[in-house]
Design a protein around this ligand. Structure first.
Ligand code: ZN
Length: 511
């Protein structure tokens, strides 16, 4: 007797169809599972057998072979158990209907109830492309798939439900999808930004970083509020759109982090400097996403950047540049998106007071240069905005409070900044759409220098600065991009010399 069912697994974020075939013959009664790692097989055998018995199924005394194909795909986790159980039920004649259009997912408990699987979201999103019409999934995965409309989703909490429906010959109803609700900005989100007193230039740098997704390095003494500024940047970011939310949630789903539902707030990841390369970048034998993928569409905050392992930081170069990370494996490769905004913070020296107007630095020239060499030039080169943050002095505190007490929207309040960011991003979007549709442009790439629309004067200033500051080609292009963002923030169609001049200020490294 031969029976088969279908399930799937994720490799990276990509879903791959798995065929489960069972065959029963005369011979010594055994259950053999081929195509799973040994440890998983033993546990799966026990759970599947117990679950079937607890659903009142008599295990037939046969030599039973279960084969999971293709063999060369590494299958991890216990999400295939439901598919194996249903295949056995088909072989026993307990389930008679055709299941060729159905994908089964779920780990079985000994009593037959179903436990959630990791990666449910990318699997369900890919199901119709894989040629299936419906997906059977544990009820406990409901929250993360609740907005999916592309396929019929049947949610089960117990194997018995499937058996009963099948015996009575009716098909189980599909889940009614919920509408995606974009979270509105809550006023509590804005507290952080407005609670930072003074720091006008640092706040301006954050506004620019958020608008153009530019990477930012904050250098300053301990207690200058670098972490607060990074969190404030997160608060200024617009909510995720539905497409972005699904994209981010798929990554979290693979890690089993979406049991409460979709990720709707932009990620803010702040891994400690002791984090391993595997933890930060991802990969390893499991090809897992690291912090940089979990920060996709949000902020990656690296506090005390020089304390991170140097080679770990070096491996940020490619994902920073490309917006994705690829891990090679035997048969192909796995890619995760990594379009995060990097905000890094560092003390200017080991004691923290190098260049401080108040305290004297106690570090020797040797320790200072050793410390500063911990961050390589290529990484500094990839940072668009360099900012020195000082501890706020008392007079600045009072004057700033005076401003905030004024009548209308203070120009640097969170509300005002968010308004500017939204307007600037709208202008960017409209420009790139119109440039993509203008076929006669010298370059169709909205990222090209021509597309940035610099005035002749702005270009002149840029070339002068480039010569005197000896900017690298990469730094040169970064200045142009930051200038473009600054121009967008003042809703200027063209990049003027003043925008270039401001962008150049953020190019002064403090290392
Ligand atoms: Zn020092």
């Amino acid at each position: 007797v031969l029976a088969k069912t279908f399930t799937a697994t994720v490799v990276g974020l990509q879903a791959i169809k798995i065929e489960v075939e069972v065959d029963g013959n005369r011979g010594v009664p055994t259950l053999l599972i081929i195509g799973l790692p040994t440890k998983t097989v033993d546990e799966a055998k026990q759970r599947i057998t117990a679950a079937l018995i607890n659903c009142g199924i008599r295990i037939r005394s046969k030599r039973t072979i279960v084969n999971l194909a293709p063999a060369d795909i590494k299958k991890t986790g216990s999400g295939f158990e439901l598919a194996i159980a249903v295949a056995l039920l088909k072989m026993y004649g307990e389930v008679k209907q055709d299941t060729d259009d159905t994908l089964f997912f779920g780990e079985l408990s000994l009593d037959g109830s179903l436990k959630p699987i990791k990666g449910a979201l990318p699997l369900v999103l890919a199901a119709s492309q894989l040629g299936f019409k419906q997906v059977v999934l544990p009820e406990s995965n409901r929250a993360e798939v609740s907005t999916v409309t592309s396929i019929k989703i049947i949610l089960l909490s117990h194997l018995q439900q499937y058996l009963d429906a099948s015996k009575q010959g009716f098909s189980l109803p599909g889940m009614t999808p919920k509408k995606f609700l974009q979270p509105s900005r809550m006023s509590s989100w804005l507290d952080g930004f407005d609670q930072i007193i003074g720091q006008t230039t640092a706040k301006r740098a954050i506004e620019i970083a958020v608008t153009g997704q530019h990477n930012l390095l904050l250098v300053g003494p301990p207690g200058a509020g670098k972490s607060l500024l990074a969190k404030a940047a997160h608060q200024l970011m617009p909510p995720l759109t539905q497409a972005e939310s699904l994209e981010v949630s798929a990554i979290y789903s693979v890690c089993g982090l979406t049991m409460d539902g979709l990720v709707t707030e932009r990620p803010f990841r702040a891994p400690h400097h002791s984090t391993s390369k595997l933890g930060l970048i991802g990969g390893g034998s499991q090809l897992k996403p690291g912090e940089i993928a979990l920060a996709h569409r949000g902020i990656l905050f690296l506090d005390e950047l020089p304390e991170f392992n140097r080679s770990t930081i070096e491996s940020l170069r490619q994902p920073l540049e490309a917006g994705l990370i690829t891990f090679a494996r035997n048969n192909g490769s796995v890619t995760y998106p990594t379009k995060f905004t990097l905000i890094a913070a560092a003390n200017p020296c080991p004691c923290g007071f190098h260049n401080s107007p108040i305290h004297t630095c106690r570090c020797s020239l040797h320790t200072l240069s050793q410390y500063q060499q911990k961050i390589s030039g290529p990484i500094l080169d990839r940072i668009d905005l360099h900012m020195f943050v000082n501890a706020v002095k008392i007079p600045e505190l009072t004057s700033s409070l005076g401003n905030a007490a004024g009548s209308e929207l203070p120009p640097n309040s969170a509300d005002a900044v968010i308004k500017r960011i939204v307007a600037a991003q709208q202008q960017r979007l409209e420009r790139s759409i119109s440039q993509l549709t203008q076929k006669n442009m010298s370059s169709n790439n909205p990222e090209s220098v021509n597309a940035m629309l610099l005035t002749a004067e702005a270009k002149k200033l840029l070339h002068q600065a480039c010569n005197s500051l000896q900017l690298s080609a990469r730094a040169f292009f970064k200045v142009i991009k930051v200038s473009r963002t600054i121009a967008d923030l003042s809703l200027s169609e063209r990049v003027e010399p003043e925008h270039v001049a401001e962008a150049l200020q953020y190019r002064r490294t403090h290392f």
